[in-house]
Write a protein of this length. Structure first.
Length: 279
């Protein structure tokens, strides 16, 4: 594989570098790095296209862009026989897009196409059942939990999926998956009034995220710790932390997270669904 400067780069190293840039919030840099590389081999070309789709997904989630759909379709064409990771990227993108109704975040099923939600759930189940390894099975379980939680408002059954994802993360030493699972398990603990368990899980999630280098993910976790600070009566500490989260999120180009932090400063609890969600 060569870049435009004719520098030979192993595809594994290229994709790993792009992933690390993406995790830190340098999505545009990661995309440019992948786009700058050319190859005559169909396998590395397909892997680069898939990595570019995964970077676009992260950017769309935190930066509020809408670039993943085209990237995913382009990657799909590079895998005429199908590919689990591309299918999972498509699932993640559909999950994200269905969260927005009339331009606003909408948790729960209200205002959404029931057939689309059922299809999304079935696809997640299929990806879990067909996962090529335990790590991917864990990520499919994570999204089964998110779909169950945030699209079906089934708060009873979602945590079992998160626990399954956490076990897979721990067995495979995947700190990003463990962070996601702990984040959402802690959310359920918080809603149930078990703030001590929520604190333990959210602190661990923040530590794992920081260790894995996820800057936007760690900032979003810090905002949840601000929620617990407010719950404990430490309003000054909560406001100080949320103020910095808003400032840092704006600096890295994560306006959605920055807006959540600013809303928190006005009294909004980011762990609760918006009033218009109907759930």
């Amino acid at each position: 594989m060569t870049s435009t400067a004719n520098t030979v780069v192993p595809v594994e190293e290229l994709i790993a570098a792009a992933h690390e840039l993406s995790v830190t919030g340098r999505w545009e840099r990661a995309s440019r790095l992948l786009d700058a590389c050319t190859t005559d081999g169909p396998d590395p070309r397909a892997r680069i296209a898939r990595a570019a789709a995964q970077v676009a997904l992260e950017q769309d989630w935190f930066a509020g862009t809408d670039t993943a759909t085209a990237r995913i379709e382009a990657a799909g064409k590079e895998f005429p026989g199908g590919d689990w990771d591309v299918d999972f990227a498509r699932l993640r993108n559909t999950y994200r897009r269905l969260l927005v109704v009339d331009g606003r975040l909408r948790l729960g099923p209200a205002g959404k196409d029931p057939q689309a939600l059922t299809s999304l759930l079935r696809e997640a189940e299929s990806l879990r059942d067909d996962a090529p390894d335990e790590g991917r099975r864990g990520w499919a379980e994570m999204y089964l939990g998110l779909i169950t939680d945030n699209h079906f408002a089934d708060l009873t059954n979602a945590p079992s999926h998160y626990m399954s994802a956490l076990r897979a993360a721990e067995s495979g030493e995947d700190p990003l998956l463990a962070r996601e699972a702990l984040r959402h398990l802690g959310d359920h603990d918080h809603d149930a009034g078990d703030h001590e368990l929520a604190l333990n899980r959210w602190r661990r999630a923040a530590t794992l995220g920081a260790g894995a280098g996820t800057v936007p993910g760690t900032l979003s976790q810090q905002l949840l710790l601000a929620v617990l600070a407010r719950d404990s009566g430490d309003e000054a500490g909560a406001r100080a932390l949320a103020t910095e989260v808003a400032r840092w999120a704006e600096a890295i180009g994560a306006p959605r997270l920055a807006a959540q932090a600013r809303d928190f400063l006005t009294g909004v609890d980011p762990t609760q669904p918006p009033a218009e969600s109907g759930s």
